[in-house]
Ligand binder design. Structure first.
Ligand code: FAD
Ligand code: 2HG
Ligand code: ZN
Length: 507
């Protein structure tokens, strides 16, 4: 009976179909027979299933089937939680032979629907692969299981005076494997660059179950094609990342931050130029939130509100962080900057609020990092994570608001807010449309409108969150037909049966 559902039986026709990546045969559902196989090498607690003999109630799988925003919903019957790379390999090999789709899942904090099934694929959770494998305090090179939570790695390297090169609001839940799989950007990219640079090696289980061991700890290694780069940002469509080797920078001896209140968005760019010039090597973040984003963060208890006087007349805010080697030196530079900004003939800022203690430092950051959380508490968010020229940030936000108004969709019972925030230093705008509920009318008004705006600026439809299930149809706004055709060839080469995270990245 098993051989009937094995996709190997269809390999001849498959070969003909491979040229047409989208026409693969359908994937199979998990059966009791598959569970019996998994039980040969996984402990009972590692198999969560609504199927017999496990027979859990469906709601026990809700946290795995539904995404962080409550926007994307899968209907998987089975979640597997392996503890070792070998177990991951056994699972993937079996699923490949049986043509069962697999969704690798980290902390399930992704914002593009990539971490939950589109149908009933098996969810392969990395949560039980959470050990640090090695850390060298001299080089700062950390090797860890993919399921380690980002915050726990930050805590692990801190006593050795190192920090992770990546930081983001989801750090308490997201996993390093998920960060690598999405090539997450976050709040430190301006200083430490992207994971394409800081990840030194990966261990990956390929779609046929082969373990690709590239977990090296070398800073320099020019030995032909750098295969690991393919898995950074592949969102689980080419294999399961099981181990990560990453370069952690030394912890800065001094960190400061300040929130600057600006009367107009027009001032952001000239301000960025001045801040870059004056702070030079100690500038480590330049983040922006517009007034509505700030108000929502305050309304939903993210960070400490500034005083009425400090926010009066502010159209937007910029958070500047410095990280350097000598406290007095950095504080002097920041104080000089503030003085020159406030005393300028035509000041670009209304005021600046400087953190005076670690608690205030964290509170100012919370105002920026907490916007995502605040938006989710306020309503249902439509999230566009785009790269466009800095000079167009405000135009894109205002244009979207006007567009929705012209469609009669702005108001208490449809779209409540259109907000902009993000990583100015990286040219990355987060355009969030906060609605009362997800509706086809709002969806149709936003797309392709937003993507056409992005394309008109030769921007990217995904600056850092990825494509997931949300933007497969929009990939062509940022990638040429030739690029997409080569991406499909790569996908087919690694995963001819299309089992790895089906329906994500590529249609
Ligand atoms: P998941 O959400 O579980 O998965 C994301 C994708 O990666 C899926 O396609 C999944 O299949 C794949 N995947 C996960 N683990 C593996 C693995 N081991 N092997 C192969 N594929 C895998 N993103 C940013 O870029 N910058 C930010 O500043 C940022 N801030 C955020 C703030 C908040 C409050 C939230 C909720 C999200 C934020 N995100 C941000 C988005 C998200 O946190 C990141 O994309 C994060 O890297 C996802 O990690 P995760 O472990 O939760 O992965
Ligand atoms: C951030 O920069 C994250 O805060 C999340 O990338 C952005 O929620 C969003 O749209
Ligand atoms: Zn971001």
């Amino acid at each position: 009976m098993l051989s009937l559902s094995r996709c190997t039986a269809r390999s001849i026709s498959l070969r003909a179909l491979r040229a047409h990546h989208t026409q693969r045969p359908p994937l199979n559902s998990v059966t009791e027979h598959d569970l019996a196989h998994f039980a040969k090498f996984l402990d009972p607690p590692a198999i969560l299933s609504t199927l017999p003999p496990v027979s859990l109630p469906a709601d026990e799988l809700d946290q795995f089937n539904n995404d962080w925003m409550g926007k994307y919903h899968g209907s998987s019957t089975t979640v597997l939680k392996p503890k070792t790379t070998q177990q991951v390999s056994e699972i993937v090999k079996w699923c490949n032979e049986r043509c069962i789709g697999i969704v690798p899942q980290g902390g399930n904090t992704g914002l593009v629907g990539g971490s939950v099934p589109v149908k009933d694929e098996v969810i392969l959770s990395l949560a039980n692969m959470n050990k640090v494998r090695s850390f060298d305090p001299v080089s700062g090179i950390l090797v860890a299981d993919a399921g380690c939570i980002l915050q726990s790695l930050t805590d692990y390297v801190a006593p050795h005076n190192h920090i992770m090169p990546i930081d983001l609001g989801a750090k308490g839940s997201c996993q390093i494997g998920g960060n690598v799989a999405t090539n997450a950007g976050g709040l430190r990219l301006l200083r430490y660059g992207s994971l394409h640079g800081t990840v030194l090696g990966l261990e990956v289980v390929l779609p046929d179950g082969t373990i690709l061991d590239q977990l090296t700890t070398l800073r320099k290694d020019n030995t032909g094609y750098d295969l690991k780069q393919l898995f950074i940002g592949a969102e689980g469509t080419l294999g399961v990342i099981t181990g990560v080797s990453i370069l952690t920078p030394p912890a800065p001896q001094a960190s400061n931050n300040v929130i600057l209140a600006l009367p107009s968005f027009k001032n952001v760019l000239p301000l960025y130029e001045i801040v870059k010039r004056q702070l030079s090597e100690i500038l480590s973040a330049f983040e922006f939130i517009d007034r509505t984003a700030y108000d929502l963060a305050v309304k939903h208890g993210q960070g400490r509100a500034l005083s009425d006087q400090e926010v009066e007349g502010a159209e937007c805010f910029v958070l500047v962080e410095t990280s350097g080697g000598r406290r007095e030196h950095d504080e002097e530079k920041l104080a000089d900057l503030l003085e020159s900004l406030l005393e300028a003939e035509k000041p670009l800022i209304n005021t600046g609020v400087l953190a005076q203690s670690p608690a205030q430092f964290a509170s100012l950051w919370a105002l920026r990092e907490g916007v995502t959380e605040a938006v989710s508490k306020e309503g249902k968010p439509y999230k566009y994570d785009i790269s466009v020229p800095l000079s167009t940030f405000q135009e894109v936000v205002d244009g979207t608001r006007e567009h929705l108004r012209s469609k009669g969709l702005l108001g208490d019972h449809a779209v409540k807010h259109v907000i902009g925030y993000g990583h100015v230093g990286d040219g990355n705008l987060h355009l969030n449309i906060v609605a009362e509920s997800y509706t086809p009318e709002i969806q149709d008004a936003l797309e392709p409108y937003v993507y056409e705006v992005v394309a008109s600026h030769r921007g990217s439809v995904s600056a850092e969150h990825g494509i997931g299930a949300m933007k497969t149809h929009a990939l062509h706004y940022s990638k040429s037909d030739v690029s997409i055709a080569w991406m499909k060839k790569i996908k087919d080469l690694f995963d001819p049966h299309g089992i790895m995270n089906p329906g994500k990245v590529l249609e």
